[in-house]
Ligand binder design. Structure first.
Ligand code: OAD
Length: 236
């Protein structure tokens, strides 16, 4: 059995990381066009570097929660791939071995003058862990280091590979995303007609597809219900 798990900020909320669009979320306190867009980067690189420096510093202090761990344990029973919009490293730290970061990774940087597309070489990416990056910190090719993040206004190079994973899955599990940012929000639609599609999210959401089974719970509780449901179904 193959499972594709699509995650958003909600899966990390119980670890203590802010979501983006909930009350008092990151976008209530920062303007995404200033700190997370390509225009914002060229307008004020220091502001953008500082935003991701503080996110990195915060990551050092948090731990994966039971939802990340339950997702990693799906690998024991099924071929599982996590496709995450999150830039944190909590899926990897929980033990997931196949993780596709659609929107990049906060713990990594790359030269600002490189091209990030289908031909992009991960060799240009530098893992800085939880350390700060300053204006003037240069890549080996002499250009300013920028966050390894897909900014608003930039393409999503991993979309194709993510769509392939979803299209091959028997089960598509969506956890903790408001499904408002495209193209990530439309990935579930690549699911096979006979695939089971589940959404774990505590919000009362308008579901974009009648096939989606909504488990209305926080991620840790929802994962317990999901695991119980699919493994008991498959034992029948
Ligand atoms: P959002 O902040 O838009 O949505 C978070 C979702 O998590 C909401 O639907 C909440 O109801 C849900 N949620 C909150 N607490 C939860 C919990 N404990 N368990 C489960 N779900 C919970 O975050 P995303 O959908 O991930 O992109 O946002 C998508 C993208 O928008 C991000 O990747 C980021 C942002 O701009 C970039 O920065 C490129």
């Amino acid at each position: 059995m193959k499972i594709a798990v699509l995650t958003g900020a909600g899966v990390s909320a119980e670890s203590g990381l802010s979501t983006y669009r909930d009350n008092n979320g990151l976008w209530d306190n920062y303007d995404p066009m200033e700190v997370a867009s390509i225009e914002g980067w060229y307008k004020n690189r220091k502001l953008v570097l500082d935003f991701y420096n503080s996110m990195r510093a915060k990551l050092r202090d948090v731990r994966p929660n039971d939802a990340h761990i339950a997702i990693s344990r799906l690998e024991e029973r099924a071929e599982t791939t996590v496709i995450t919009q999150n830039v944190d490293d909590l899926h990897e730290r929980a033990g997931s071995t196949r993780v596709i970061h659609l929107h990049g990774e906060a713990t990594k940087v790359r030269p600002e003058n490189g091209v990030y597309d289908d031909t992009f070489s991960e060799r240009e990416v530098i893992d800085v862990g939880y350390d700060a990056v300053s204006l003037g910190d240069k890549a080996p090719n002499g250009s300013q280091l920028r966050p390894h993040i897909v900014f608003f206004g930039e393409a999503v190079p991993k979309l194709g590979i993510a769509a392939d994973v979803v299209s091959e899955a028997d089960i598509v599990l969506i956890v903790g995303t408001s499904l408002q940012v495209y193209p990530a929000a439309s990935l579930y639609s690549y699911a096979r007609p006979d695939a089971g599609i589940y959404l774990i999210d505590p919000a009362d959401m308008r579901l974009p597809d009648r096939r989606i089974v909504h488990i209305r719970a926080v991620a840790t509780e929802g994962m317990k219900q999901f695991v119980k449901h699919i493994w008991s179904d498959n034992q029948q």
